[in-house]
Design a protein around this ligand. Structure first.
Ligand code: HEC
Length: 96
């Protein structure tokens, strides 16, 4: 009984860490598409960026789709959504 209890507790305690250790799937796609070639200097969500300047989640989806299409990355919709989610969590924090 005691051992079972401990196993359950260990699972509960350690599973969130193993999730955190995995990179966000959107970050993997983002890195592979070499987005930082331009955005390492330009950044995201900076006052100096005025062309798209997304101010809600839908705008951010549009901005990602714009660069994706221009660069011919060829992401599927679900892949693009992962990148939007990654950028939102990292730079924008828009409510969905
Ligand atoms: C060839 C250079 C280049 C590359 C590579 C590039 N972008 Fe962009 N991106 C731009 C430019 C230029 C803007 C507009 C910046 C401004 O407002 O002046 C922009 C704007 C954005 C914005 C809006 C930024 C903001 O806060 O205003 C997002 C989001 C974005 N890009 C996502 C991506 C993603 C995702 C990729 C990888 C697929 C990518 N970009 C790759 C040039 C690039």
């Amino acid at each position: 009984m005691k051992l079972v209890h401990k196993t359950i507790l260990t699972t509960i305690l350690f599973s969130p860490f193993s999730v955190l250790a995995e990179p966000h799937p959107g970050k993997v796609l983002f890195d592979e598409a070499n987005c930082m070639k331009c955005h390492s200097t330009m950044g995201f969500n900076k006052p100096s960026l005025k062309k798209m300047a997304p101010d809600n989640y839908q705008d951010l989806q549009g901005a990602v789709a714009y660069c994706d299409q221009n660069l011919n990355v060829g992401w599927f919709d679900d892949e693009r959504e992962k990148v939007v989610d990654y950028l939102n969590k990292t730079y924008y924090q828009f409510p969905q």
